[in-house]
Design a protein around this ligand. Structure first.
Ligand code: PEP
Length: 258
């Protein structure tokens, strides 16, 4: 395993928070926090609600912050009232998109197959994808964490080539740790990120496994980030709550740049 071959990515997931004007305020606050600090040790991404994309992309210009969406539809276009396509996201300058977040799986009927279809559509359009996988508390207690994240990863990536995989980040997000204040221990996070890397090795070979960024997400914050990011298989974080507070998000970025 060679960690130098992959990049650390710190991504915020704002969820359904911040109106467009509030979103610009938050980006400006994050920019102010980052000014004069070392940031080139990681890629920084803010994944924001659809209506915030245009103003946030504009506000982030000239800063190290890249901008992503929180979901994308799997069809290129058509009769899907209320949905947003990958081409629409690309045309306004969106670089990243989250697919398969557990809140989408839990509340909006997302399945491994629809996650796979969204991921395929996003990559085809030129977006970089943050693919979320993770077990529920029940699955962890039943001892099927490895099987769960392996199946989610394999199904999501079906039909994806090694070349396309270069635009995929995987976020290991134990469902029981999201928005609950319960963080996986650094060892638990490292273990499951390592299992996911092993799945990539089995599907694509060692060099793809060495190159892929595997983040941890689930109540990562300014206090626990350094320990989590210090683990060899944890290449960054997907951060919900703490990404809405500029000083906290900046502290996590600082931990990734230490
Ligand atoms: C998330 O939404 O992806 C997440 C990890 O949320 P939180 O950091 O609030 O647990």
């Amino acid at each position: 395993m060679n960690r130098a071959l992959r990049k650390t990515v710190i991504a915020g997931n704002w969820k359904m928070n911040k109106t467009p004007s509030e979103a610009v305020e938050l980006i400006n606050a994050i920019k102010a926090e980052l000014a004069g600090k070392k940031t080139d040790g990681c890629e920084i991404v803010a994944c924001v609600p659809y209506v915030d994309l245009v103003p946030v992309i504009e506000a982030a210009k000239g800063s190290p912050i890249k901008v992503g969406a929180e979901n994308v539809h799997f069809a290129a276009s058509g009769a899907y009232t209320g949905e947003i396509s990958a081409a629409m996201l690309c045309e306004i300058g969106t670089e990243y998109v989250i697919v398969g977040h557990s809140e989408r799986r839990q509340y909006f009927g997302e399945t491994d197959n629809t996650v796979s279809a969204r991921l395929t559509a996003a990559l085809a359009a030129g977006l970089k994808v943050i693919l979320c996988v993770g077990e529920t508390l029940e699955q962890r207690e039943l001892g099927v964490t490895a099987e769960t994240v392996s199946a989610q990863t394999k199904i999501a990536l079906s039909g994806i080539t090694a070349e396309q995989l270069k635009n995929v980040i995987i976020a290991y997000e134990p469902v029981w740790a999201i928005g609950t204040g319960k963080t996986a221990t650094a060892d638990q996070a490292d273990e499951v990120c390592g299992i996911i890397r092993g799945v990539i090795a089995s599907l694509y070979g060692e060099s793809s496994a060495d190159g892929i960024t595997v983040q941890y997400g689930g109540s990562m914050n300014a206090k626990n980030a350094a320990e989590l990011l210090g683990k060899p298989n944890v290449d960054g974080g997907l951060i919900g709550g703490a990404s809405l507070k500029a000083p906290d998000f900046a502290a996590i970025i600082a931990a990734a740049n230490a």
